[in-house]
Design a protein around this ligand. Structure first.
Ligand SMILES: Cc1cc2nc3c(=O)[nH]c(=O)nc-3n(C[C@H](O)[C@H](O)[C@H](O)COP(=O)(O)OP(=O)(O)OC[C@H]3O[C@@H](n4cnc5c(N)ncnc54)[C@H](O)[C@@H]3O)c2cc1C
Length: 416
């Protein structure tokens, strides 16, 4: 296989945006992805809708996630695949494919990274498992956009799992869809369902500890989206525990669906349409990078000098131990920024991390992890590598002012 300027591991929002930004900056890029398509959690785990990514400043709406994220939204809109913030994931897969093809990016699907080789601080190649055995991929730079900081972990960069001090992560959730619903009737009976659910939960009749039934409308008029299973106290990086989580979550899907059919209207002719291909992982490993973004930084709305993205999504913590979800909402007009240093892992010189596994604590991750924001983080990582390729520099040597100017020139909002 040829040697690339950049290999991006993971084709979720962060990985795709990173690849696009680097390729548009002139780099020859490969995306390595273990599944069969681009989109990551949005498609593999049926995560939907985009959580809010705007605020109001001086009475005007200001979008905090723009750039490539906006291009993707425009693409969805053009294909009538975006309704408010809900989108059709099949269309998303297609749009991302087309964007990547247009940018001349190479793709390697069905390839799972399992090892790296390093010369001192430089990753020289990665190894992936494929149907035909193993394969080596060489590149001058790497971006870890696996969500789980998988590449950083394999490269022996320091990482942390979940919250301090017990390392529990936010719960995992298997999302599902119900079809042929009379949506109006369903929503009209929500209060009754809510009361029945609270009573059954209090009586210990439900295995799912989630405090309510979280449901969203979709762009398809008779289909509802449920993000409501909750598997707690399992390590998302342990193969055995993720397997247990998948089994438990599937039991919860049936439990909730049967419960709703008993206590809500509008489901008489419905059917369980689909569950996600994979259980959704909100939080797992995060790198310990050159800067660790903290919950306090977010609450203080810090504007870092090396800001590369902005966010005001609430600090949304689904209880890692059971029932309850806590929220800290940012005041209108306020937001924090994400520093470039939080993308730089320790002990390597030619790799960045993008997406939900950048360097942060549990509280900060609970806010910036949403799809619009990880997309912007990815764009920043890819733009930085584009500059590093051009200037033949290490990731720590990237001129941050040049990076910020490039991001702004390309339509990204970075918050300073
Ligand atoms: C249940 C749930 C509900 C959520 N709800 C919302 C919501 O409503 N709105 C919102 O905006 N956000 C939501 N989020 C958050 C958001 O979906 C994720 O944080 C975000 O999509 C992460 O993007 P990413 O690109 O960092 O990682 P991912 O989207 O996870 O992408 C990582 C990619 O890397 C690939 N990969 C992983 N390991 C390997 C490997 N070893 N080799 C090769 N490829 C690999 C994966 O297949 C995947 O495609 C939710 C998350 C979950 C789990």
């Amino acid at each position: 296989m040829k040697k690339y300027d950049l290999a991006v591991i993971g084709g979720g929002f962060a990985g795709v945006a990173a690849a696009l930004a680097a390729a548009r900056g002139g780099a020859k890029v490969l995306i390595v992805e273990k599944s069969n398509c681009l989109g990551g959690a949005a498609v593999n785990c049926l995560v939907n809708p985009f959580m809010p990514f705007y605020t109001e400043i001086d009475g005007k709406r200001v979008d905090l996630s723009t750039g490539i994220f906006k291009e993707i939204c425009d693409g969805l809109e053009c294909r009538q695949a975006l309704s408010k913030r809900s989108f059709l994931e099949e269309e998303l897969k297609y749009i991302l494919n087309e964007m990547v093809i247009e940018a001349n990016i190479d793709l390697l699907f069905h390839a799972y990274i399992y090892a790296v080789e390093k010369n001192d601080k430089e990753i020289s190649l990665i190894k992936v498992a494929t149907k035909s055995g193993t394969m080596c991929i060489e590149a001058n730079y790497f971006i870890d956009a696996t969500g789980d900081a998988q590449l950083a972990y394999l490269a022996e960069c320091p990482t942390v799992l979940g919250r301090e001090p017990d390392h529990l992560c936010q719960p995992m959730t298997l999302c599902f869809r119900v079809g042929n619903v009379d949506v109006e009737k369903f929503y009209a009976s929500r209060e009754r369902l809510k009361i029945a659910h609270a009573q059954s939960l209090a009586a210990g009749e439900l295995t799912n500890p989630r405090e309510n039934i979280l449901v969203f409308k979709t762009p398809i008029h008779n289909v509802l989206h449920f993000n409501t299973t909750r598997v707690v106290k399992k390590d998302p990086t342990s193969p055995e525990e993720v397997t247990e989580a998948e089994v438990l979550a599937r039991q919860q899907v049936y439990e909730i669906y049967e419960f709703m059919k008993k206590h809500a209207d509008g489901l008489e002719d419905s059917f369980l349409m689909m569950t996600a291909a994979e259980i959704g992982v909100r939080e797992s490993r995060m790198i310990v990078g050159d800067y660790v973004l903290t919950e306090q930084d977010c609450r203080n709305c810090v504007k870092f000098e090396d800001a590369i993205a902005a966010c005001n999504y609430d600090i949304d913590i689904h209880n890692p131990e059971g029932t309850g979800t806590s929220h800290y909402y940012f005041p209108a007009g306020e937001y924090y920024t994400i520093p470039y240093r939080a993308l730089i892992p320790k002990r390597v010189s030619n790799m960045l991390v993008a997406g939900r596994c950048i360097s942060s604590d549990h509280g900060a991750q609970a806010s910036y992890r949403i799809m619009p924001v990880v997309c912007c983080i990815g764009e920043a990582a890819g733009t930085a590598i584009g500059l590093a390729v051009k200037n033949n520099s290490l990731v720590r040597e990237v001129d941050v002012k040049e990076l910020q100017n490039e991001l702004k020139k390309n339509g990204a909002y970075i918050g300073i």
